[in-house]
Design a protein around this ligand. Structure first.
Ligand SMILES: Cc1ncc(COP(=O)(O)O)c(C=O)c1O
Length: 404
């Protein structure tokens, strides 16, 4: 049939349920900007927008790699020195893995995609935290697999309930996703909680994906890598990247590490096949990975000090506003705050977020974009900006709530 002016193609079925609230909501903010209004964006976790930069050592290594002419394709699993450095660091942190079981990817995002694409047939089920980072839901929807949410309960410090997880397991469940520290709740899991995840995976023969892209950004808690507790009979994929832990999201450099790969030899082969077909992750930033793994603690001490102060301002100001409450996050740079929707004219979290944007030009993301119920009134706030910006934002938020 010849082309005409009307649309000829429709999108494939698999993208119909593909949503990513963090970026989708920006369309509304852009419309306000077109009308000449200035918007304060607290929707996306990009540290570079708020004055953070990667460690100097990593930038130097990157520049040097470019100057030395490392501008070709790398091996599809990554350059040897980088996978060796990642595996050495992982073993020091108690994660049993090896360079052969490490694959460098386009950020943690591609690692999640590689694992799910390798493992899931249409109709297979994946247990994901709700609330949780929407990447997993999007990938699962794209594969025509099924996301099954397990609940993180705000009344119990956003912890999972092992019985709830276990009740949701069927013969089709293949993967259990853990995000630690969690985005959007900022919760860091204790050894006991991690052990519960592992016991469930062991009993039901599930593979665990543990997303630890914020493990260096932890305040008063201690981060324990899940794989360090897995023993020798549970297959675990640990996902990590330079994006948040080293504040270099634009370098699109991440990795996955398999623990107990002998339990999943064919799946490991499938990862490599997929990695081969997409050639390689960006080449030059891979040369900064050894510098990242060898960094002393000064860089992270400074960053965590700044983030802690921003978190403290956030918690104390939000909890002092009538009609808002929030828990204290122990990691990452997000907080889920709950609005008493019953005291407002709104029935959903998104209506609240959009009206706040219109009235005060502040952009948060509605909690339902991460899997909470829209009527529960959660919003996710990114507390990356300096305390002066945050104080102004929370003052305007209080004004807005009062005006309702
Ligand atoms: C929990 C979590 N995992 C993965 C990612 C994506 O990381 P990357 O930039 O390394 O793809 C993000 C980004 O916000 C995240 O919050």
């Amino acid at each position: 049939m010849p082309y005409s002016n009307s649309p000829v193609f429709t999108p494939a079925q698999r993208v119909q349920n593909y949503r990513y609230a963090i970026r989708n909501i920006v369309t509304h903010a852009r419309k306000l900007e077109e009308q000449g209004r200035t918007v304060t964006y607290l929707n996306i976790g990009d540290p570079i927008l708020y004055g953070f930069q990667p460690p100097e050592e990593l930038i130097e290594a990157n520049i040097q790699a470019l100057q030395l002419g490392h501008n070709g394709y790398s091996p599809s699993s990554g350059i040897t020195d980088a996978v060796l450095a990642i595996a050495e660091d992982a073993r020091k942190r108690g994660i049993p893995t090896s360079a052969e079981d490490t694959i460098i990817t386009f950020g943690a995002s591609e690692a999640a995609d590689l694992v799910c694409t390798s493992m899931l047939n249409p109709g297979d089920e994946v247990l994901c935290p709700a609330p949780g980072y929407p990447l997993y839901n999007a990938i699962i929807a794209k594969l025509n697999a099924r996301e099954v949410s397990y609940t993180l309960d705000p009344r119990h410090g956003w912890l999972p309930d092992p019985d709830d997880i276990e009740r949701k397991i069927t013969s089709k469940t293949k993967i259990l996703v853990v995000i630690n520290p969690n985005n959007p709740t900022g919760e860091v899991y204790s050894k006991e909680t991690l052990q519960q995840f592992i016991d469930i995976a062991r009993r039901h023969r599930l593979l665990i994906i543990t997303d630890e892209v914020y493990h260096k950004l932890v305040y008063d808690a201690t981060h324990i890598p899940l794989a360090s507790l897995a023993g020798d009979d549970v297959a675990v994929i640990t996902i990590d990247s330079l994006s948040k832990n080293y504040m270099a999201p634009g370098w699109r450099t991440g990795w996955m590490m398999i623990t107990n790969s002998r339990l999943v030899p064919d799946v490991r082969q499938a990862f490599i096949k997929l990695a081969d077909a997409r050639l390689c992750a960006p080449m030059t930033p891979q040369f900064s990975i050894r510098a990242a793994m060898q960094l002393d603690s000064t860089y992270h001490d400074t960053i965590v000090r700044r983030l802690r102060s921003q978190r403290d301002t956030t918690i104390s100001m939000l909890n002092s506003i009538d009609g808002i409450s929030c828990n204290q996050p122990e990691g990452a740079f997000y907080v889920m705050a709950q609005i008493q929707l019953a005291d407002t004219p709104f029935t959903t979290d998104e209506e609240f977020v959009l009206k706040l944007l219109e009235e005060q030009q502040i952009l948060f993301v509605h909690g339902s974009g991460f899997g909470t119920s829209a009527e529960d009134g959660f919003i996710r706030i990114v507390y990356l900006p300096g305390t002066d910006v945050l104080e102004d934002v929370y003052t305007r938020l209080a004004t807005f709530l009062k005006s309702l």
